[in-house]
Write a protein that binds this ligand. Structure first.
Ligand code: PEP
Ligand code: MG
Length: 883
């Protein structure tokens, strides 16, 4: 089999489309090389090899060796050098690269091939002993860390000792002889720790690094990351081996990273950072503060360190041209890595750049305007879930700001929380229901769980491309990075800022849009949903087939839903209306009355309240469809619990508290979700359904008069499993409708439908459709009843199931297409068979989940309904599902 694909010298055996085989990095290196861009020659060992390695007990196929040798030979031809030959030294880098970029994987080993002998050739060849030994010590350090499992801190210690001894601050001030000495100390330390010398054979080094990449696929961090991001284990990773180019070869050399557009705002300007006389990891590590690439950015940042544009104008011009070529070629914003060796530019990576949701919108809209992509593509480019970020609050500009530090605006949005200094503390506080800001000197992949748990992240070190910044942007969390004036003291759990000491538990606010860190809590504003957001939404609305409604019952939610573009209400849970103010007492009177007349008396109190709620809802929705569901939850949920509550209801009913307690106990259920709820209540107590129907029809009459527009209510009966249940309730509703129309002397068009949320309802859908004028899939209950797992209690063991690979996703979040989905599909088909054109929708939580929305499009539902904040997500996801 072919395991190795070469690239370099304007040619390549692979291309960008070979991502699955070569990994993202390898495929793009091949593509760039094929485009004739300056890429150091190299080769990629395929992801298939990784899979083979694990399938065959951690060994390599016999033909791999020869293929690697041939590929090394080829690099030699292109560079005029030979791997392992001191007389004509070829050094390489080894990097991992899967289909999806993945923190937690072994990342990079540079300068591979150096040993005690070749380091001298490098010194001689470059005429720079300092450079040679600096490269060697970096190699030892990286190789030990990622291949031999020796923590880099042991080397940092040695380095810090030596700097202290020499009285130096910066690595760059260390001279050649001192590096030679430090390398000796490093090697001695390796021997001490590992009881064997640092490997000198370049081939052993190379195979060691290749093995480390493949082994890192199965390390715990990588496994966790895959689980969090639904990356299958079977994908495997590739290994890229490439001729070294050196950014640390003196002051005409440099290394950097850049985005073709600003990843935070989306502004169409090259945006990046670099370091002179440095190797790749220095930029990301945040040890030295990087310089701006463009002069404009330098001026904007008020930096006194020269830009690349000024410092190395030729390399800068080449870079700008290549950046633009790559963006046009890939038709997307690119994230680039480059190295300049003695004035010559080399490209080390290109990939689609990660960006904030705001930047994604701006880039998509502007690229469509530039004609680079179509509007459909622009819509397809936006991750619906990322819109969440835009719905985040920002700090009220009118608020007083007690600014205690300023860092980089690494990820937008503002957040307030208690200070915690470790990821474990963040997780613990979160579990206890508290909001925290994770404060770290810098973050590493070990902090992922803490970053997930925190409202926002604040670091005192690191740039816009630091770990904290990149990960926070990906998560859509506010982040301020590199707030250099902060002194973070882990030992004492304090943070010193402008002479003030902040302790663990103190409140701070971070503004990821400006980089400010503020003391205390600060007033926030809701986001502005115009501009690029509105443009994409408008395009999406033009593409999608399904309509999007909201689940809302309060006027505030209904207004919010409309402002987010909801085209109606798909579920008004009337029980929520009974929990407000004095209503709960009337409600309790109603359910605890033991006679029909007692119930009717209480219902008479509830009727005007319900009616005015509905009038308001109809007015806000101004002619858009509104689906109102009859009372659904188990009566159990309304029972008074405290003595005071019992006394209050007893007084209202004119019975003794003891008598009431008896009645309460009689209504108690062991399994309320499978108890006396839904249409079962309407069957037992038809007067409840009649009151609600009356409130709805009277409200429709009144709202129709007020707005001059007829209201067509959709009345929904919950938890139907038996056709006769629906027949029974529908007959009551129709009778009330006739009565109200006669009293008011107006005609009201209305629909009566049902939720499909029990397996029996799905199975009998063809019969139920005889009475039901619409179906709304209640996939919360349908999931609960199909799996036989409690929607209120299942989360902990579902997480265990996920970890053990039994399920891929929580079925209460993403519709279980194979099981629950099959019932939905079947019910939709059966419903249509009986009643062609029957209106079909979904109102379970899945109505706001992009993957589930895709399924709804597939089975041809007419609408999805979700909580107001998810309406924009659903609009976009519905558009993406339609193409
Ligand atoms: C459902 O069961 O999916 C539904 C929307 O109803 P509820 O969540 O109110 O039970
Ligand atoms: Mg339900």
């Amino acid at each position: 089999a072919k395991w190795v694909f070469g690239f370099g010298g304007g040619k390549a055996e692979g291309r960008a489309t070979d991502r699955n085989l070569l990994g993202g990095k390898g495929a793009n290196l091949a593509e760039m090389s094929g485009l004739g861009l300056p890429v150091p020659p190299g080769f990629t060992i395929t992801t298939e090899l990784c899979t083979w390695y694990y399938a065959n007990g951690h060994v390599y196929p016999v033909d791999l060796d020869a293929q690697v040798d041939a590929a090394l030979e080829k690099i030699g031809q292109l560079t005029g050098k030979r791997f392992g030959d001191p007389a004509s030294l070829l050094l390489v880098s080894v990097r991992s690269g899967g289909r999806a970029s993945m923190p937690g994987m072994m990342d990079t080993v540079l300068n591979l091939g150096l040993n005690d002998e070749t380091v001298e050739s490098l010194a001689a060849e470059s005429g720079d002993r300092r450079f040679a030994y600096d490269s060697y010590r970096r190699f030892i350090q990286m190789y030990c860390d990622v291949v031999l499992g020796l923590d880099h801190e042991v080397f940092e210690e040695i380095l810090e000792d030596q700097k202290a001894r020499l009285g130096l601050d910066l690595d760059t001030e260390i001279g050649a002889d001192d590096w030679v000495r430090i390398v000796e100390l490093y090697k001695a330390r390796v021997f001490e720790e590992l009881e064997r010398p640092f490997p000198q054979d370049p081939r052993e080094q190379l195979w060691g690094a290749i093995g480390a990449v493949f082994r890192s696929w199965m390390n715990p961090r990588a496994i966790t990351y895959r689980r969090l991001h639904d990356i299958p284990e079977s994908w495997g990773t590739a290994v890229n081996v490439q001729a070294m180019v050196f950014g640390n070869r003196g002051d005409t050399s440099a290394t950097g990273v850049a985005f073709t557009r600003n990843p935070s705002t989306g502004e169409n300007r090259l945006y990046g950072e670099f370091l002179v006389n440095a190797q790749g990891e220095d930029v990301v590590a945040g040890i030295r503060t990087p310089q701006n690439i463009t002069e404009a950015a330098r001026i904007a940042a008020g930096s006194d360190k020269p830009s690349l544009e000024k410092l190395m104008p030729e390399a800068y011009r080449d870079f700008v041209a290549i950046a633009s070529t790559l963006e046009r070629h890939y038709r997307d914003m690119q994230d680039l890595e480059f190295t300049i060796e003695r004035g010559k530019l080399w490209m080390l990576q290109t990939r689609s750049g990660k960006r904030t949701a705001k930047a994604a919108l701006r880039i998509a809209v502007e690229m469509a305007a530039e004609g680079l992509i179509t509007r459909e593509e622009a819509v397809a480019r936006i991750d619906p879930a990322s819109l969440d970020q835009l719905l985040h609050p920002t700090i009220d500009p009118a608020a007083d700001r007690d600014v205690i530090a300023i860092g980089l605006p690494a990820s937008p949005g503002a957040a307030t929380g208690e200070i915690v200094f470790s990821s474990d503390d963040a997780e613990e506080a979160r579990a206890a229901g508290r909001k925290v800001i994770l404060v770290r000197v810098e973050t590493s992949p070990e902090d992922i769980h803490g970053m997930h748990a925190a409202e926002g992240i604040l670091t005192s070190r690191g740039g816009m491309t630091s770990h904290a910044a990149v990960v926070a942007r990906g998560m859509g969390k506010p982040c301020v990075s590199g707030a250099g004036a902060l002194r973070v003291d882990y030992r004492n759990q304090t943070m010193l800022a402008m002479g003030r000491t902040f302790r663990k538990g103190d409140l701070v606010t971070i503004d990821g849009g400006s980089g400010q860190v503020l003391a205390g809590r600060v007033p926030m504003l809701q986001p502005e949903l115009s501009g690029d957001f509105a443009a994409i939404m408008h395009w999406a609305d033009g593409i999608r087939r399904m309509t999007v409604r909201a689940n809302a019952e309060t006027p505030a939610d209904a207004r919010m839903a409309r402002s987010f573009g909801a085209e109606g209400i798909g579920l008004c849970r009337t029980e929520h209306m009974f929990f407000e103010g004095g209503r709960i007492t009337a409600m309790r009177e109603m359910i605890l009355a033991d006679t029909e007349s007692g119930r009717r008396a209480a219902l008479d109190k509830l009727l005007p309240m319900q009616r005015s709620d509905f009038v308001e809802l109809f007015e806000i929705m101004a002619g858009l469809p509104v689906t109102i569901r009859l009372l659904d939850p188990p009566l159990h949920e309304f029972l008074p619990k405290t003595e005071d509550e019992i006394a209050e209801v007893a007084a209202a009913l004119g019975v003794s508290p003891e008598k009431l307690l008896q009645r309460t106990e009689a209504l108690h259920e062991f399994n309320p979700m499978l108890g006396h709820r839904g249409c079962r209540l309407a069957v037992s107590y038809p007067e409840i359904a009649e009151m609600q129907a009356r409130a709805i029809f009277e409200a429709a009459v009144e709202a129709g008069k007020r707005t001059g527009r007829p209201v067509e209510p959709e009345i929904m009966v919950p938890l139907v499993g038996i056709m006769k249940e629906l027949d029974f309730v529908k007959a009551r509703i129709d009778a009330v409708a006739r009565a109200v129309m006669a009293e008011a002397g107006v005609e009201i068009a209305y629909l009566v439908g049902t939720m499909i949320e029990l397996p029996r309802a799905a199975i009998r859908a063809h019969v139920i459709a005889q009475a039901a004028e619409f179906f709304s899939f209640g996939t919360n209950d349908l999931t609960q009843t199909t799996f036989g797992i409690s929607r209120d209690d299942a989360a902990p063991f579902l997480e265990t199931y996920r970890q053990k690979g039994i399920i891929d996703a929580d079925p209460f979040v993403t519709l279980d297409v194979d099981g629950v989905g099959e019932l939905v599909r079947m019910a939709a088909e059966k419903g249509r068979a009986t009643r062609p054109g029957i209106k079909l929708g979904i109102c379970g939580e899945h109505g706001g989940d992009p993957a589930s929305i895709r399924f709804c499009e597939e089975v041809g539902l007419d609408y999805v309904s979700c909580s107001p904040f998810r309406v924009p997500i659903a609009r976009l996801a519905a558009a993406q599902a339609a193409v």
